[in-house]
Structure formats: C-alpha cells, structure tokens
Design a protein around this ligand. Structure first.
Ligand SMILES: *[C@@H]1O[C@H](CO)[C@@H](O)[C@H](O)[C@H]1NC(C)=O
Ligand SMILES: *[C@@H]1O[C@H](CO)[C@@H](O)[C@H](O)[C@H]1NC(C)=O
Ligand SMILES: *[C@@H]1O[C@H](CO)[C@@H](O)[C@H](O)[C@H]1NC(C)=O
Ligand SMILES: *[C@@H]1O[C@H](CO)[C@@H](O)[C@H](O)[C@H]1NC(C)=O
Ligand SMILES: *[C@@H]1O[C@H](CO)[C@@H](O)[C@H](O)[C@H]1NC(C)=O
Length: 283
C-alpha cells in the first residue's frame, strides 16, 4: 500500500519538475532566439513612387520580357485570398502538398507591406494596392525582381537568407534550389526537410518556370477590383479563391493568436471590418 502512494507521489513530483524544466527550457530558447534575431537593423526606407514606374495601368508588355507567350496548355495561376485566421495556410497546404508540378508561395506580400509601412512617407493605402498587384503579377510569371526590391536586407546577387516563410513552400526547398550551406549566415526561414544555404532567387525562378501550376497565398489583397489587370493579362490564366469564414470563429482565433498585442475593441473592430470588406468585394 505504502509503495503505491510512494510511486504516485514520485510521479507527481516528476511531473512538476518536468513542467518547471519545460518552462526554463522555453524561456532560455526564447532568449536565444531574441538574441539571434538582430532587431537593430533598420530596413532601408522605401520610396513607393519609384516602384510605381513599372506600374503604368495600361502598360503594354515588352515582347522579349517573358519567354512564355500566351498560356501554356492547362497552366493555372491561383491566387488564394483571405483575411488572417480564416484557414488560408491550411488551404494553401493542399496546393503545396501537390509536389511535383506545383509552385506555391506563402505570403510573399509580407515583404512589401513591411517595407511600405516603414518608408511610409509619401505612401498610402491606395498606392500599396497597386504595388501588391504588380508584385503578384511578376511572381505569377516567376519573376522575383520586383519582390527583391522589398526584401530587407536587400538580396546580394539575387541571393537572400531572408525570404519570408521559405520553408512553407515545398518548391523552394527542392534539391534544385538547395544551394550549399553557408556558415555563419543566420536563416530565420530555413528549410525543414533538408539543410540548404541562402535562397538563390535565380534558381527559384527557374524552378518556378518549370512547374505547371503556380499558387500564391495572401491575406493582404482586400479589393478584388485592383486585380483586374492581372485577370486580363493574356499571359496568365488566373483563378481567384476567396476564403470566407464565420467572423465569430475568426475572432475566437485572433483572440488566441494576437491577444498580446491588440486590445480587444480593436480586434473586434478589425474582425468586423474584414468581414465587411469581403462582402463588399464579392458583390
Ligand atoms: C520618390 O521618388 C520619386 C520619383 O522617383 C521622386 O519624385 C520623389 O521625390 C521621391 N520621394 C522621396 C521622399 O524620396
Ligand atoms: C490603353 O491601351 C488601349 C489598347 O491598347 C489603347 O487603345 C488606349 O489608348 C490605351 N490608353 C492609354 C491611356 O494609353
Ligand atoms: C522581370 O521584371 C523586371 C521588372 O519588370 C524586368 O525588367 C525583367 O526583364 C524581368 N525579367 C525577366 C527574366 O523577364
Ligand atoms: C494617396 O495617393 C494617391 C496617388 O498617389 C493620391 O491621389 C491620394 O491623394 C493620396 N491620398 C492621401 C490620403 O494621401
Ligand atoms: C544563382 O543561380 C544562378 C543560376 O544557376 C547562377 O548563375 C548564379 O551564379 C547563382 N548565384 C550565386 C550568388 O551563387
């Protein structure tokens, strides 16, 4: 009988110790990651007007700009649009997991939004929607040059260790784009399946061109009408998927995910606004 109690008590003590240790371990690793992520680097202020040079609304495309003229048979370009916490990452995975003939990008516009909000002088929301559109257009054509201008620190020779959520894109961690590991370069978004060096965007573009379908997931496009020229581009066969989710579930999810940084009334407001925007753009 005594033995039984002893065993139970030991188990409880062990559990308590494990719990404590876990706390310590996670605190230590939090500190380490904080130390490893240099936060002092001020991204280069960005002048949005200069990006707009390539964004003539009625631009005619130079013939030699892209090798592919017209749409290759059966090729699909899919834009997966959503607001945060509507399950877009989950749905995006359906495409990502297709493997062989799929080029999937997870939220490339993150770079654009970040850069535009920092260099905010002379930028406003009505400018950024056009920048988003043009970056998307280039990416659907496997051209990373425009996105490169928004990556901070700027890629050296088209090579960057800082592409947002690279590991969420199977295609960006394939053998062909997996350059040799470079020592002492910290890669926040490193491949999980194999060890790779910084991403060579020239190689990424080649891999992209070799894929049958291209899918981009984004939570940053709010107005469907800004995508008109994308949909009308003869080089693209665009399909749009807009995810809509019950706002109550979105709010519940945001309360868990962003509770620390956002006061409750603001969160409520933004949930309401995002559902209104979705409704507004569908009509
Ligand atoms: C941004 O670029 C435009 C055109 O290149 C220029 O006219 C404008 O003065 C620049 N603005 C700033 C704040 O540098
Ligand atoms: C836009 O393109 C169309 C067709 O190519 C042309 O008729 C029209 O004049 C252009 N508009 C502007 C403002 O350049
Ligand atoms: C990529 O886009 C840029 C900017 O529009 C353009 O100058 C360049 O020629 C394009 N690259 C390719 C390979 O098409
Ligand atoms: C935003 O930018 C557009 C075009 O650059 C301009 O017409 C508009 O007045 C700006 N709006 C504000 C509030 O600054
Ligand atoms: C990136 O890949 C391209 C294409 O293979 C290659 O020509 C270029 O040298 C690579 N860049 C670097 C910095 O290794």
């Amino acid at each position: 009988m005594r033995n039984k109690y002893a065993v139970i008590i030991i188990c409880i003590v062990a559990l308590v110790i494990i719990e404590k240790e876990n706390n310590i371990i996670s605190r230590v690793s939090d500190k380490l990651t904080l130390r490893r992520t240099p936060q002092t680097e001020p991204p280069v202020p960005y002048n949005a007007s200069s990006a707009l040079v390539v964004m003539d609304d009625n631009s005619s495309y130079p013939e030699d700009m892209y090798a592919e003229n017209g749409i290759q048979a059966g090729r699909k370009h899919i834009l997966l649009m959503a607001t945060t916490r509507t399950g877009s990452s989950f749905v995006g995975e359906f495409f990502n997991q297709q493997g062989g003939n799929m080029f999937y990008l997870f939220e490339p516009l993150w770079h654009v939004e970040r850069m535009l909000s920092i260099g905010s002088s002379g930028t406003n929301a009505s400018t950024s929607v056009w920048v988003y559109r043009d970056v998307l257009q280039h990416l659907f054509l496997c051209n990373f040059s425009m996105l490169e201008r928004f990556i901070s620190p700027p890629p050296q020779d088209h090579v960057t260790p800082a592409l947002f959520r690279r590991e969420s894109s199977k295609a960006l961690c394939e053998e062909q784009v997996c350059s040799p590991v470079v020592k002492d370069v910290f890669e926040r978004y490193h491949c999980k399946t194999r060890r790779c060096g910084p991403l060579n965007l020239t190689l990424a573009s080649e891999v992209c061109l070799g894929k049958q379908h291209r899918v981009i997931k984004t939570v940053r496009v709010r107005q469907l009408d800004t995508l008109r020229s994308l949909v009308e581009d003869p080089r693209l066969d665009i399909k749009l998927i807009q995810l809509v989710r019950d706002p109550r579930a979105i709010l519940a999810s945001r309360m868990v995910a962003f509770a620390k940084n956002t006061p409750m009334p603001l969160m409520l407001l933004s949930s309401c606004l995002s559902s209104v925007t979705v409704e507004g753009s569908v009509h």
